[in-house]
Design a protein around this ligand. Structure first.
Ligand SMILES: *[C@@H]1O[C@H](CO)[C@@H](O)[C@H](O)[C@H]1NC(C)=O
Ligand SMILES: *[C@@H]1O[C@H](CO)[C@@H](O)[C@H](O)[C@H]1NC(C)=O
Ligand SMILES: *[C@@H]1O[C@H](CO)[C@@H](O)[C@H](O)[C@H]1NC(C)=O
Ligand SMILES: *[C@@H]1O[C@H](CO)[C@@H](O)[C@H](O)[C@H]1NC(C)=O
Ligand SMILES: *[C@@H]1O[C@H](CO)[C@@H](O)[C@H](O)[C@H]1NC(C)=O
Ligand SMILES: *[C@@H]1O[C@H](CO)[C@@H](O)[C@H](O)[C@H]1NC(C)=O
Ligand SMILES: *[C@@H]1O[C@H](CO)[C@@H](O)[C@H](O)[C@H]1NC(C)=O
Ligand SMILES: *[C@@H]1O[C@H](CO)[C@@H](O)[C@H](O)[C@H]1NC(C)=O
Length: 891
């Protein structure tokens, strides 16, 4: 699980070519990004012992019992927030002790400490003056899209509301952010949990000053919430009247472990923040990480918690980001701004209008250059996905034109760069302009029309050159194609436990905001990182307008008054799946002004095996006149979340079908008197005749249309049983060889018995991937003669006939020892690198996970992964893979 700051936009990654085995990094990865040996131990509530002292001494009681059991440990952090989290972050010497700790009476839960990697960014640039040729004045289109302009016009700016930002700190010296720190200033306080030099691998150096003048992410986030209006840039924060506290959890670079994020959440809670906002997170897919759980509990206590939904839309469904997965937090998706800043390139030699390219800054290319197209066929699907032909000329003097599709942008650019190319235009394959990830290459996206024109000119051997003016070529491209639609990069849910993720959407693309003065003062960034503070600021407007007592119903208000987002601009196309847009784009003026209150705002129907097809919602009329409401069903597109005939998730944009659920109501029309609340019963029937092997995620809205007010309740389910879904990748599609596989000491697939000394690099490595999440994964060493049968992808048909199976059959499988164990693991992505979660490796050491040395002998490796909704004690609920045999021999 990766938890970066979410101002990164990844795009269109898919495995066209297989990933070479030689590229595999043979070092153990933790599929859930857990730090070795570090755990958060949560203690049982000791009510009855009374008061704070009882809790304080609980920590000592815990440590005493640990010592009594011979468990050695270091205390990293203590938590003492009764009702939310009482416990400690511990470094445990022997991982075997974890099972023992879990069974202790005073322990409620034990969860791994998760590493949160450093922020990565694209499409970021700084601007120094409103006259900078590279930007166009922000017309506050984002405020218009969401009704924030109307709320501001009514004089509501978030006054009296406190917002805690958990991020990289804030440059509070910025004039738009109040130019000061402490009581009386805009940034009223906060805490630095880490210090500038913290990298995640060294010790944090906390202090009272959360100043950020080296990273900038948190300052950008703070400007979206709080930038003062009246500046030359024409920008203002959504809640510029609110007060901000800054909780700094990242150093200038590097990562943070989530025990620190929890510390920050608890500090914000006890400091009395009305709203906590976190523009960070990474794929987990489950609702169970410590930070998800703590964030959700804080939301339960009546504080608003907004968390980014993630920027992994390219990887498709079932890729929800944690801690946004916290059950009661507001996970925020991104919608594209209705205008995008672009640059124009100019064409010489042939008559053609300037070519807009998606870049905030001009490409750093001087002079004009001829073009070279890697294919003259404009219908090619996998342009430049493989090495270019040998007769390709030296491309160093050209602008190389490549079509989007099939493989990653970087793969295409690498292949062209291998022939000397250094300047690239990638043309679209039908989609719209959206941020693309091109690494360090000088490359930008252009439209399909302009790309086709250039390729045809090249094919006709026309005398055509392109140049990139370095000033005066910026403009606001009215985004008729994707403006107002969900950003491609915005992650898809739902969670593996079928929670509704994301909850809502807000503008998050190409947002101009503040940066630290030392980093240029102003800049443009994109991501769910930007949509999240927008939502936090919007929540502040609601709290000011309606009173803090509505905090617990803010998610409902946002959801029921949001506007549903289409999947395209083509008439007749379905609405975007709720698993990407949540309940829609927030409409803050409607959330404040509505006289009809509908709750709940979301209905979760689960899978077919745990189907909850009967639901109730309430319509309350808080107005002064009776209102007649018409109730109807508005379906959204059904997401074919898994590719047909495959075990792999469909990449984003996930294909949508018009196979809708059937929905019936107890009343299709109801008149509600003032002050009265009426329950409406709803019966759902999942879509019929769909291909269950595509795990169709169906969703939509129940529309409640009253007098001048239309509200909606969103619903979501999957028309398949998740227990049927293959978890372990047992194909050769990714590496070209069948996995799971044991790699030998030289990185080749090990066939028949091989000898290892387990000294230095003379060790085997297990290479494996997950096509779906698993709540429990274990790698064990078993005897060579083990008879455990491989059950990969075998359906448990006998479950239906024989539900009373012998219990605890999982623990009865004879093993020699455990090598690794992971809980709540997400699926892998189809990215080609381990850093982007493409695959997992377990590399042997000379010991089991508990530190005991592995004796000489003949063995196999047993990999087991629990299927979603499976029973952890039931061997039959696991997918199982048994390796070829090998020998451990004395050195
Ligand atoms: C920007 O340009 C306008 C006129 O074009 C000028 O009045 C203003 O002073 C300039 N601002 C800055 C910061 O250069
Ligand atoms: C191509 O166009 C450039 C200017 O655009 C001109 O200088 C050059 O002579 C032309 N070459 C040919 C072969 O027409
Ligand atoms: C543009 O490229 C030139 C030459 O490669 C380099 O010296 C210069 O620093 C670059 N400018 C910017 C703004 O990156
Ligand atoms: C950029 O090019 C488009 C046409 O492709 C044109 O409409 C627009 O005015 C140009 N803008 C600038 C600043 O050059
Ligand atoms: C869906 O069903 C599974 C299996 O019973 C359960 O664990 C999960 O919590 C349910 N999800 C929701 C949102 O109720
Ligand atoms: C493994 O052994 C079998 C026969 O025992 C043989 O057919 C096969 O080719 C061997 N595989 C490798 C990779 O050596
Ligand atoms: C493995 O080790 C055993 C005993 O140590 C030896 O008999 C055998 O030849 C070795 N096999 C290989 C392939 O080296
Ligand atoms: C570690 O695991 C091995 C293999 O399961 C077992 O034999 C050994 O007793 C364990 N050691 C400790 C200290 O628990």
């Amino acid at each position: 699980m990766k938890l970066p700051l979410l101002s990164l936009a990844l795009t269109a990654v898919s495995v066209g070519a297989t990933v070479p085995l030689s590229s595999v990094q043979r070092t153990t990865t933790s599929p859930n990004n857990a730090l070795a040996g570090e755990y958060i131990v949560e203690m049982n509530n000791v009510q009855g012992l009374g008061g704070k002292r009882a809790y304080a001494s609980t920590h000592d009681t815990l440590y005493r019992s640990l010592r009594k059991r011979g468990i050695s440990f270091d205390v990293k952090k203590e938590y003492n927030q009764p009702g939310i989290m009482v416990g400690a972050a511990l470094k445990v010497a022997s991982p075997q002790d974890v099972q023992q700790i879990a069974t202790m009476a005073e322990v409620k839960a034990i969860r791994p400490v998760i590493a949160v990697p450093a922020p990565e960014r694209i499409n970021q640039f700084t601007v120094s003056s409103p006259n900078d040729s590279r930007i166009t004045a922000d017309s506050e289109t984002t405020h218009i899209m969401t009704g924030v302009d109307k709320v501001h016009a009514a004089g509501i700016t978030g006054e009296g509301i406190k917002i805690g930002i958990i991020d990289t700190g804030i440059d509070y010296n910025h004039p738009l952010l109040g130019a000061g720190f402490g009581p009386g200033f805009k940034v009223i306080g906060g805490y630095d949990f880490v210090g500038d030099d913290y990298t995640g691998s060294n010790n944090p150096a906390p202090d009272d000053d959360p100043l950020d003048n080296c990273n900038g992410h948190g300052t950008h986030v703070a400007g979206i919430i709080g930038a003062n209006p009246g500046n030359d840039f024409g920008i203002s924060g959504v809640a510029y009247g609110s007060s901000i506290a800054s909780y700094r959890v990242f150093g200038c670079s590097g990562f943070v472990s989530d025990d620190i994020i929890i510390d920050a959440l608890l500090r914000g809670y006890s400091d009395g923040m009305d709203i906590l906002t976190l523009s960070l997170g990474g794929v987990e897919g489950w609702t169970e990480s410590s930070s998800s759980v703590v964030a959700s509990r804080i939301a339960d206590q009546g504080r608003v918690v907004t968390i980014a939904a993630g920027n992994d839309g390219a990887y498709g469904s079932w890729y929800a980001s944690s801690p946004g997965t916290g059950v009661d937090v507001i996970s925020v998706a991104s919608v594209n701004n209705i205008a995008i800043p672009v640059q124009n390139a100019t064409v010489q030699g042939v008559e053609h209008a300037p070519i807009p390219y998606l870049e905030a800054l001009p490409l750093n290319v001087t002079g004009s250059r001829p073009i070279y197209a890697t294919s003259t066929d404009t219908t090619v699907a996998d342009d430049a996905c493989n090495a270019l032909p040998n007769d390709t000329p030296d491309l160093s003097g050209y602008v190389v034109v490549i079509k989007r599709g099939t493989c990653t942008f970087v793969t295409k650019l690498q292949n062209a760069a291998a022939k000397g190319a250094n300047t690239f235009l990638i043309y679209n394959n039908g989609g719209s302009f959206s941020a693309i990830s091109v690494g360090d290459y000088t490359a930008a996206l252009i439209s399909e029309t302009d790309g086709t024109f250039l390729v045809n000119q090249f094919a006709a051997k026309a005398n055509i050159t392109i140049s990139f003016p370095q000033s005066g070529s910026a403009w606001n491209y009215p985004d008729d194609v994707s403006g107002g639609l969900v950003s491609d990069f915005s992650s898809y849910g739902p969670s593996y436990d079928m929670y509704f993720k994301p909850a809502v959407a807000a503008p998050g693309g190409n947002i101009l905001s503040t940066l630290p003065i030392a980093l240029g003062s102003y800049g443009v960034e994109s991501g769910t990182s930007m949509a999240t503070p927008f939502t936090a600021g919007s929540a502040a407007l609601i709290l000011q307008a309606k009173g803090k007592s509505v905090a617990k119903s803010i998610r409902n208000l946002f959801q029921t008054t949001a506007s549903a987002v289409a999947s395209s601009k083509t008439d007749g196309d379905p609405l975007q799946t709720v698993s990407q847009q949540g309940a829609g784009l927030i409409q803050v003026d409607r959330a404040i002004g509505t006289t009809t209150v509908v709750s709940p705002g979301q209905l979760t129907l689960n899978d077919t095996a745990h189907f909850e097809g009967f639901k109730t919602f309430n319509i309350q009329n808080t107005g002064s006149k009776a209102v007649t409401y018409k109730i109807s069903h508005v379906p959204a597109g059904t997401a074919a979340s898994v590719q047909s005939g495959s075990i792999f998730a469909a990449d984003g944009p996930v294909p949508l079908t018009a196979d809708y659920a059937q929905v019936t109501f107890s009343l299709n029309k109801v008149t509600v008197l003032p002050g009265v609340s009426v329950p409406i019963l709803v019966w759902f029937k999942p879509p019929q005749g769909v291909d269950a092997s595509t795990y169709p995620v169906y969703s939509g809205f129940i529309e409640i249309a009253g007098l001048g007010e239309t509200l909606r309740v969103a619903y979501l389910g999957v028309a398949a049983s998740l227990k049927d879904k293959a978890v372990v990748d047992n194909t050769d599609e990714y590496f070209g060889v069948k996995i799971p596989a044991l790699l030998d000491a030289s990185g080749d697939v090990q066939g028949n018995s091989t000898n290892y000394t387990l000294v230095g690099d003379d060790v085997p490595s297990l290479l494996y991937r997950f096509a779906f999440g698993s709540a429990h994964v274990r790698v064990d060493l078993v005897e060579k003669a083990s008879t455990v049968s491989a059950t990969l992808s075998k359906r448990n048909w006998w479950n239906w006939w024989w539900p009373q199976k012998p219990s605890n059959s999982y623990d009865k499988v004879p093993i020699v020892g455990t090598l690794a164990e992971y809980d709540y693991v997400p699926r892998n992505s189809d990215a080609s690198t381990i850093d982007d979660n493409g695959y997992n490796v377990f590399q042997f050491t000379d010991s089991f996970v508990n530190g005991t040395k592995i004796a000489a002998g003949e063995y196999k490796v047993l990999l087991r992964a629990l299927k979603v909704t499976g029973n952890p004690a039931e061997e039959g609920d696991y997918e199982t893979w048994l390796s070829p045999s090998f020998s451990v021999v004395p050195a």
